[in-house]
Design a protein around this ligand. Structure first.
Ligand code: ADE
Ligand code: ZN
Length: 348
């Protein structure tokens, strides 16, 4: 039974749990107020009159409808200071939510196309990561656009060479339908040859075959979303066996109509089937839910118990690109937090 007291205890547990966020786009952390601040200082006109007007425009039909506004928002980020401030604002907010490690995407291509220099992007992000390192560790994952060509993606990997020692891995996002993962096999080989971890958005709006291609053709270390595996028993078996993690984004899926209601989200089914799933925010400013709110909504919808919440926290470190010793240390931290917390809790 879910009593009010148990729901409150669960919310407190979520707030205090040490956890990692593995699927968040820095461009998607641009709060309306930040968009107006950056637009003002860079003298960029906006089509919205106030931050609230922009907030009210954040009702999306689907992924493409969302990406239109998302790329409009990106236009206000032009200087190193902008990339620094956006990164720092996200990390500050995540640290308050007890996110101890974050792996953050940003796709340089849309900025480069508008004349922003790669150096400004990288130095802006990395200086904020350095400033916050005592409160939260953060890996930057450049992401390429699947609507572009594979040659453009490989070109970006090469241009990032001066920063290879500060990059943990590479990803890919953008409008999914009609842009299958298999088209980017060469890009993923180029990343792996250089020793990088890899991840790919697949099975968010695209079919189960895209998740299969990610596993069998791209061989990525993890898959972003992967919802479409729901309903494909063979694929679920393979995901459980290989433990290739799925970085799920439940509120994003609800806001973009990937699921019609939260009850239909496959999170609980995937957890019960033994998949290594994690809960993430994707684009928290646009979907009005940062990490803990994603966790809380899932916990309330699926009546997740203590054990399941601790499992999600452990999965978040297990699925990260941290070195193995560091993963073990952080998982042990979740376990000891769980033991200490249990004494003062009546949650099952
Ligand atoms: N870029 C930012 N958010 C995204 C999403 N949900 N899917 C694909 N690309 C994205
Ligand atoms: Zn995403």
């Amino acid at each position: 039974m879910q009593t009010k007291a148990s729901v409150l205890q669960r919310t407190a547990l979520i707030r205090h749990l040490p956890k990692a966020e593995l699927h968040v786009h820095l461009e998607g952390t641009l709060e309306p107020e930040m968009i107006f601040l950056l637009a003002g200082r860079n003298r960029i006109p906006l089509k919205w009159k106030t931050p609230d007007e922009l907030r009210n425009a954040c009702r999306f039909r689907d992924l493409s409808g969302f990406l239109e506004i998302y790329f409009k928002g990106c236009e206000v980020m032009t200087t190193e200071e902008d990339f620094h401030d956006v990164t720092k604002a996200y990390l500050e907010r995540a640290a308050v939510e007890n996110v101890r490690h974050a792996e953050v995407f940003l796709g340089p291509q849309s900025f480069l196309a508008r004349g922003v220099r790669l150096q400004e992007i990288l130095e802006g992000i990395l200086s904020a990561v350095d400033e916050m390192k005592d409160r939260i560790s953060c890996y930057y994952l450049p992401s390429v656009l699947r609507t572009g060509t594979e040659a453009e993606a490989v070109e970006l990997v090469k241009r990032l060479a001066p920063w290879y020692d500060r990059i943990a891995g590479f990803g890919m996002g953008g409008a999914e339908k009609g842009n299958p993962p298999s088209r980017f096999a060469g890009y993923y080989s180029a990343c792996r040859e250089r020793g990088f971890h890899t991840t790919v958005h697949a099975g968010e709006e695209g079919p189960a075959s895209y998740v299969k291609e990610a596993l069998e053709i791209l061989h990525t270390d993890r898959i972003d979303h992967g919802n479409a595996a729901d309903g494909d028993a063979c694929l679920l078996k393979k995901l459980a066996e290989t433990q290739v993690p799925l970085t799920l984004c439940p509120v994003s899926n609800l806001r973009l109509n990937v699921v019609k209601e939260m009850k239909r989200h496959p999170l609980k089914k995937f957890l019960d089937a033994g998949l290594c799933v994690t809960v993430n925010s994707d684009d928290p400013a646009y979907f009005q839910a940062y990490l803990n709110e994603n966790w809380r909504i899932c916990a309330d919808t699926f009546h997740l118990n203590r054990g399941e919440l601790l499992q999600l926290a452990k999965n978040s470190f297990k699925a990260s690109f941290l070195p193995e010793t560091e993963k073990r240390r952080r998982i042990a931290e979740v376990e000891s937090f769980g033991k200490e917390e249990k004494d003062g809790s009546s949650l099952s």
